[in-house]
Ligand binder design. Structure first.
Ligand SMILES: Cc1cc2nc3c(=O)[nH]c(=O)nc-3n(C[C@H](O)[C@H](O)[C@H](O)COP(=O)(O)O)c2cc1C
Length: 218
């Protein structure tokens, strides 16, 4: 298959070593962050917050968050150009959803007379909410859509990246308490450019299950 989209997805890979001298150009970063914002989510809930680690001070904090575990990912904190913390809202309430429905109307996407019917779609969130108001399983799932969208966008921009579930949500929660404001980060995405000659993962073929094992066309 020689489609450009397939070539780009074959070229994207998980970077294991970054070139600390290379930084993402501001206009490329802007595109990546706009793609992130445009990500789809169930009932357009957008129950997420994306914290972009850019400054040396923030990189130091991210670096420190690997003190207890997953040290194999720690070098990316400083060597990658940027890292995005994908955070979900563990208690996504109907009041919070109302703000999204407000934007549905103010953007011109939703006719005002359909406001209440769209607000009723919160039932999808309710069905995933426990008696303590926790719906983090469902909101976390939404952040992975944004993650996938970003992975593809970065591939198109020729920017390398590393998805990291190997982070310490507890320490990140402490060190970025103010910015997270109650949201929870359990996955992060380092971005930048691989280091020539030092990234064992660069240039290797894709390792995926054959289509007949994972795709069923009826
Ligand atoms: C949700 C998720 C979490 C991951 N966590 C890590 C991680 O902590 N560290 C790492 O080096 N790679 C991590 N990876 C990378 C995967 O191992 C990688 O995507 C997979 O082997 C496929 O290879 P490719 O990304 O190079 O195509 C993660 C990937 C995903 C999607």
């Amino acid at each position: 298959m020689s489609y450009q989209i397939i070539e780009e997805l074959n070229r994207r890979y998980t970077t294991k070593k970054y070139d600390e001298t290379r930084r993402i150009a501001p206009q490329d970063l802007e595109v990546a962050l706009e793609a992130l914002r445009l990500s789809a989510s169930s009932i357009n809930s957008q129950p997420w917050k994306f914290i972009v680690i850019e400054s040396d001070e923030a990189k130091q904090r991210l670096h420190d968050s690997f003190a207890n575990k997953h040290q194999f990912n720690q070098p990316h904190a400083k060597e990658a150009s940027h890292t995005i913390l994908f955070a979900y809202d563990p208690h996504f309430t109907k009041e919070k959803y109302r703000k999204r429905v407000d934007v549905e109307v103010s953007s011109g996407h939703l006719p005002p007379e359909l406001y209440d019917s769209m607000l009723g779609a919160y039932a999808f969130a309710e069905a995933n909410t426990d008696k303590n108001g926790f719906n983090g399983h469902w909101t976390k799932a939404q952040t992975y859509l944004a993650l996938g969208n970003t992975l593809h966008t970065l591939a198109r921009l020729g920017i390398d990246s590393t998805t990291m579930e190997g982070v310490d949500p507890e320490l990140i929660g402490e060190l970025f308490k103010e910015e997270l404001d109650g949201y929870v980060c359990e996955v992060a995405l380092a971005m930048g450019y691989y280091k020539e000659g030092e990234d064992f993962n660069h240039g290797r073929p894709k390792a995926r299950m054959p289509a007949e094992d994972v795709i069923v066309v009826l």
